[in-house]
Design a protein around this ligand. Structure first.
Ligand code: GLN
Ligand code: ZN
Length: 761
């Protein structure tokens, strides 16, 4: 039985790679030192895997920025706009070019935008989208995978090189030249790709892992054909190569016969996400193929349930024999934090249920030992699993009871929107084109300092409260002076829109060092939801009431929605994800009620991550969206009709889910649209979106101050698409990343644009 790890995190246990890269970018670290850090990290990771007795130790899973970008460099997929820059360097594959493609390049007379970034399947990891145009050389530019294989070999470790599969690489890219087809791309990319594989083989590689997660998605017939062509071409050129075709993030489903008919020597499947596929794969797997069973979850932080995994492994052994079995994690461990050993402050009971990357490697090794007869490990594990099932705080009867009692009435407002709109207008008396912001104001150094001083105990809670109140007071006065219509308190007390709520809810726990790479050098530290969610006390009412006490204008209460909290946390795996979303919704629902009781007339519940949760397979979209919408409605529906519910969404691309956005039935939605010049609004218009909507009139991602006329034009355009009385005026998103001076000017201009637009009516 072979043990197989598809990939290991690379950012460094203390985020060494992040720090080294960032210092290199600002000129504080030399290229030699950066490369030294990278080599040390690779060695550390190989050593860890080797010490655990892992057979298939990955190489080329390291990356300075992103594995898809690595592949673009490897195959010479350099977009035309980078050519002049490339030619200015002595080395055509220099790290300068690589980082320029990742981050854009604005010096030495160049001004080139970065490659687009997008989410890697349904993870929170973002990759750099390959851009294919006619100018690409399609020749090997970087032999990183070969170098890293040899580097490990010199350390005495024969690794398993990991490459993005060619078809997934092509399907995840964007074609920029008219007339270029994916079939042509495949023909052009195959020769350099095969050459790289040949060099790896010649350097002594045995198993080579080719990652093809697209095999768990809905494939067009043309894509199926690409798979057949690609793998037959590789096989013909390299009959001796040992290909480990690797799939993850879901089940093969209708692609099962495709995947098992490709000329590979082993197939890796994700049995955490799709345990049900084991039977059918075992039935159809050709005799020459090994099967790598991804039984240890590479996407979460929970300890493996050995009894369950052993069952699946034994079933596979019975069907195909132990010589054809590999035991592994479900996917690369890139998506998990490094080492639970670093967590010295976690609650001991909860901690024993958890496993990070390093522990997951141990689990894979342990599973092999169990199968070889060491059942003591099994007993210890089942003791832990049982303690998790019955520990206090996991299943809270009061929460369970409330979940049982959720009725249709709980997820609907009392009157339809048209009636609510009239009632709210009577109460709020807002002008045409009302102005507002999305919630947060600049998080200055002083504000951050305040929070960290409180955490470190350098200031008392009273001092902290006073200082935050001062910031709120200033923000309210400024908004009044600017003439905004619906004000916000500014979210100064929040480090992060999920963490802030998690810290106050029962059922959450926070790690000290549970960092996961999000993109490039950016890491996130998601909270962990371990048990039933309960709200012990109001979370935002004091701040919002204080803000409201300072002004006659309405102040918006500001909350994060259940789906977004779910999406940006590590979620418990002992109940369906959506049950957790409903528990979160109940907690938010109580907060909404308390805000209303405190006299807050406008309450916003942000759901920027609603679309992110879409399953990979289209067939599951409806169910997900229905439940996500239901969770949102559960959170906001127990208010009077005179209370105005807002929601906010960003990260564009809503066209395909507008019906569901409408079903959320928020009185007002604010969305990101300015960069697309209101294009998105056209989709809302053709749907005849019934409720009020605030299309962002300026992009908050840049310090640029928008002019009055340009925003006025956007508003005029919006008013041609939707009834004017339904249109709000606001920025694209929260202003926390901006500075005060530009924020002030931008908002002043925005209010002016709204006033001008009112005059046109
Ligand atoms: N209310 C949040 C803010 O203004 C919304 C952030 C978001 O959409 N990501 O910061
Ligand atoms: Zn936003």
């Amino acid at each position: 039985m072979i043990t197989n790890i598809p990939g290991y995190p690379r950012i460094g246990i203390q985020r060494e790679l992040k720090k080294a890269c960032e210092n290199y970018w600002t000129g504080k670290l030399s290229l030699e030192r950066l490369e030294l850090t990278a080599r040390q990290l690779r060695k550390q990771h190989w050593d860890i895997l080797q010490q655990q007795g892992i057979d298939l130790i990955p190489s080329n899973d390291f990356s300075f920025y992103d594995q898809m970008l690595d592949m673009s460099l490897a195959l010479g997929v350099i977009p035309a706009r980078f050519r002049p820059l490339q030619q200015s360097f002595a080395n055509p594959a220099s790290l300068e070019l690589y980082f320029a493609m990742a981050r854009g390049y604005q010096k030495n007379g160049f001004d080139i935008t970065a490659l687009e970034m997008t989410k890697w399947f349904d993870t929170n990891y973002h990759y750099l989208v390959p851009e294919f145009d006619h100018s690409s050389g399609f020749e090997i530019l970087s032999r990183k995978c070969v170098h890293e294989f040899k580097e490990a070999l010199q350390l005495g470790i024969t690794t398993k090189p990991v490459l993005i599969g060619l078809v997934t690489y092509i399907l995840c890219g964007k074609i920029k030249s008219a007339g270029l087809t994916r079939e042509q791309l495949l023909q052009q990319l195959l020769p350099p790709y095969i050459q790289l594989l040949r060099e790896l083989h010649q350097a002594g590689a045995g198993w080579i892992q080719l990652d093809e997660p697209c095999l768990v998605t809905d494939l067009e017939p043309a894509a199926t054909a690409l798979y057949e062509q690609a793998y037959h071409a590789i096989r013909t050129a390299l009959p001796e190569l040992k290909i480990l075709l690797t799939t993850y993030f879901g089940g093969l489903e209708d692609n099962i016969s495709l995947a098992t008919s490709l000329p590979a020597d082993a197939l890796h499947i994700d049995l955490v996400r799709a345990p049900e596929q084991l039977n059918s794969v075992l039935e159809i797997l050709p005799e020459h193929m090994h099967l790598s069973l991804g039984v240890v979850d590479g996407r979460n932080i929970w300890k493996n349930d050995f009894a369950h995994s052993v069952d699946m492994l034994r079933q596979a052994i019975a069907a195909i024999g132990e010589n054809r079995i590999m035991i592994g994690t479900s996917c690369s461990l890139l998506h998990t934090p490094y080492d639970l050993g670093e967590e010295t402050q976690l609650d001991a009971e909860i901690r024993q249920w958890m496993a990070f990357a390093r522990q997951k490697v141990q689990e894979v090794a342990a599973l092999r030992n169990i199968l070889q007869g060491d059942t003591t490990l099994l007993d210890e594990n089942s003791r832990v699993m049982n303690s998790r099932k019955s520990a206090p705080g996991i299943h809270i009867p009061a929460v369970q009871e409330r979940m049982q009692q959720i009725s249709a009435a709980d997820t609907a407002r009392q009157q339809p929107f048209s009636v609510r709109q009239r009632l709210q207008q009577e109460r709020l008396q807002l002008p045409l084109f009302p102005t507002t912001t999305i919630g947060s104001f600049p998080q200055t150094v002083e504000i951050r300092q305040l929070r960290s001083n409180l955490k470190k105990g350098h200031i008392t809670a009273t001092e902290y409260d006073n200082d935050i109140r001062n910031a709120i007071r200033e923000a309210i006065h400024l908004q009044e002076a600017l003439g905004l219509d619906v004000l916000v308190h500014g979210e100064f007390e929040r480090n992060d829109m999920v963490e802030y709520f998690g810290e106050q809810l029962q059922g959450f726990i926070f790690t000290q060092n549970g960092w996961v790479q999000s993109y490039g050098t950016r890491c996130v530290k998601p909270p962990v939801i371990y048990g039933d969610i309960q709200r012990p006390h109001p979370m935002t009412v004091n701040w919002s009431s204080y803000a409201q006490s300072l002004t006659e204008k309405p102040v918006k209460g500001m909350l994060t929605g259940p789906v977004t909290i779910l999406q940006w946390s590590f979620v418990r795996n002992d109940q369906p994800r959506m049950d957790t979303a409903f528990q979160l919704a109940l907690a938010i629902r109580d907060e909404v009620k308390d805000l209303e009781d405190a006299g807050i007339a406008v309450i916003q519940v942000d759901e920027p991550a609603l679309r992110e949760g879409l399953p990979l397979r289209k067939a599951q979209h409806e169910t997900y969206l229905d439940q996500a919408v239901k969770a949102f409605r559960l959170a906001v529906s127990n208010v009077k009709d005179t209370t105005q519910i807002h929601t906010h969404m960003c990260y564009a691309e809503f066209n395909d889910i507008i019906a569901h956005i409408a079903a959320m039935d928020a009185d007002v939605i604010t969305i990101e649209t300015s960069r697309s010049q209101m294009e998105l609004l056209e989709a809302f218009a053709s749907f005849s979106y019934p409720n009020e909507i605030g299309p962002g009139v300026y992009d908050i991602h840049s310090p640029r101050v928008p002019g009055v006329t340009e925003m006025e034009k956007l508003l005029d355009k919006a008013a041609t698409l939707l009834p004017a009385r339904n249109i709000w005026v606001n920025p694209d998103c929260g202003l926390k990343t901006r500075k005060w001076p530009e924020t002030e000017t931008a908002l002043r201009n925005m209010v002016m644009a709204a006033k001008e637009a009112r005059c046109h009516r």
